[in-house]
Design a protein around this ligand. Structure first.
Ligand SMILES: Cc1cc2nc3c(=O)[nH]c(=O)nc-3n(C[C@H](O)[C@H](O)[C@H](O)COP(=O)(O)OP(=O)(O)OC[C@H]3O[C@@H](n4cnc5c(N)ncnc54)[C@H](O)[C@@H]3O)c2cc1C
Length: 446
């Protein structure tokens, strides 16, 4: 009987497990995770800190069966691709266990990046925190209960979600970002301004183009930012995640600049070994160049592909767009594809179409502002990316994501028929409007 081992029970590992069961119901599956508890949803943690959801509700049990072995509190320490054996350390007993496999799926994710700031590593857990697992969320919540001030390092979606959560808990919140605007990987400066405005209205202080040089005191009492001491009771590091590649490199698995390399079947250079999620580098669906895409939705889809193929089926993952949505305070923020910076860095000359509108007619109660921006290739009109802010932003971005996947240009997007009724939309949809503006700019340039 086929033996499939999965390292890591996160988004990628879970999806792989379900796909294996669907493809080969009688396969033996061993899932190894170093955590002490079963599945959980990291994406819900900021909302648990905010008090919107119960932290205990974020974890749930993997639907088990006779053919599945779940080894929690086991940390994989080596992979031997010749003998097809994985070694795992039983963290409770300190014993090493050898587990054989026919196919292996590496889904071990990545760990929070600790920036080289004086005092960051030393104070981790004692005034300096990361948000990676349930224990972190609990610690941050507890500490926030008797803190007055918090400083968040990093203005990406996760940093901002945490900032809003702690502001809701009535802490004084400051966010420090090295780059010059919020969510710089996903948004353009003009769109980020609206996010920043919403954060400021919420009472969150934002500091751009500055780095935290040191974290002072044990327990933490202040930080030095641009040579200025700023008092704080806690520091949250939200500077991204990095995978550790020691195990996979020792096993001879090929890596690119960003992570483990795979083909479109999620298989590594070693036959029968697959890799998915935050530990891999994938390709951009737009220009097929390597990218890092650390999103749960990408990990899940890759896990489905790896699980299907590892169990003898066939599926492919063609690449990622980075389609995401978040809600920062009351502002829904979503984006897909390239922003202007990344489009130009990829060699495109771009034009954009940006439109403001309402998610319902002005006269309808509860009509809210919505802003949509499309980025397209100035030569062909091909849509390269989209950004949306306001109620319904995620739904609009999903349409753009589908369009990019199908190679749509702004001419077709402008003509795309959108549903309308006063309760649920505008007659002249803001996405059509943004596409029309881009079309006009393109036609002017011809
Ligand atoms: C606060 C927060 C909010 C987020 N919000 C969103 C969101 O809204 N939308 C979105 O798309 N993404 C979001 N993400 C990102 C998303 O959670 C990750 O991209 C996703 O979890 C990656 O899945 P994965 O399977 O690669 O890794 P993970 O889900 O991290 O799972 C990896 C697992 O491997 C285990 N492991 C690691 N090393 C070993 C080892 N040596 N041996 C055994 N087990 C090991 C770990 O314990 C872990 O359980 C968020 C992340 C965080 C932290």
């Amino acid at each position: 009987m086929v033996q499939i081992v999965i390292i890591g029970l996160g988004s990628g590992g879970f999806a792989a497990y379900l796909a294996i069961r669907r493809t080969k119901p009688d396969a033996f599956i061993t899932i190894i995770d170093k955590r002490s508890y079963d599945m959980f949803s990291p994406c819900g943690m900021p909302y648990a800190i905010e008090g919107i959801v119960n932290l205990d509700k974020l974890s749930f049990s993997l639907p088990g069966d006779k053919q599945t072995t779940k080894l929690l509190l086991h940390e994989v320490v080596s992979i031997n691709p010749v003998e097809k054996i994985v070694k795992a350390n039983n963290l409770k007993k300190g014993e090493i266990l050898s587990i054989s496999y026919d196919s292996l799926i590496i889904a071990h994710g990545a760990e929070p990046f600790i920036p080289p700031i004086k005092g960051a590593k030393e104070n981790l857990g004692n005034g300096v925190y990361v948000l990676h697992d349930i224990e972190d969320a609990r610690t941050i919540s507890d500490r926030a209960g008797n803190a007055k001030k918090v400083l968040v390092i990093g203005a990406g979606p996760i940093g901002l979600e945490i900032a809003v959560a702690l502001r809701t808990k009535r802490l004084e919140v400051m966010v420090v970002e090295m780059l010059s605007f919020a969510m710089p990987r996903a948004l353009d400066r003009d769109m980020a301004k609206l996010v920043e405005q919403s954060l400021k209205e919420n009472g969150i202080k934002l500091v751009f183009e500055k780095s935290v040089e040191s974290i002072i005191g044990t327990p933490v009492s202040s930080v030095s930012v641009g040579g200025k001491a700023i008092e704080t009771d806690m520091v949250i590091l939200a500077s991204g995640v990095r995978a550790s590649f020691e195990i996979t490199k020792n096993a001879g698995i090929e890596h690119g600049k960003w992570g483990i390399k795979t083909n479109d079947g999620m298989e590594t250079n070693i036959k029968g070994i697959y890799a998915v999620g935050d530990c891999i580098e994938t390709v951009s669906l737009i220009n097929h160049r390597p990218v890092m895409m650390q999103l749960s939705s990408a990990a899940y889809r890759q896990g489905m592909v790896a699980g299907t193929n590892a169990a003898g089926g066939y599926d492919i993952y063609e690449g990622a767009l980075g389609t995401f949505v978040t809600v920062i305070g009351i502002l829904e923020v979503a984006a897909t594809g390239f922003n202007e910076f990344f489009a130009e860095a990829a060699g495109y000359q771009t034009i954009s179409g940006k439109a403001h509108g309402k998610n319902k007619p002005e006269y309808y109660p509860g009509a809210k502002d919505i802003t949509v921006k499309l980025i397209c290739d100035a030569k062909t009109g091909k849509v390269l990316g989209g950004q949306a802010l306001g109620d319904g932003a995620g739904a609009i971005i999903n349409v753009i994501s589908l369009g990019i996947r199908c190679g749509i240009d702004v001419f077709s997007l402008a003509r795309t028929e959108m549903a309308y009724c006063p309760m649920a939309g505008e007659n002249y949809n803001v996405l059509n409007k943004a596409a029309d503006f881009a079309v006009r700019k393109l036609e002017k340039g011809r």
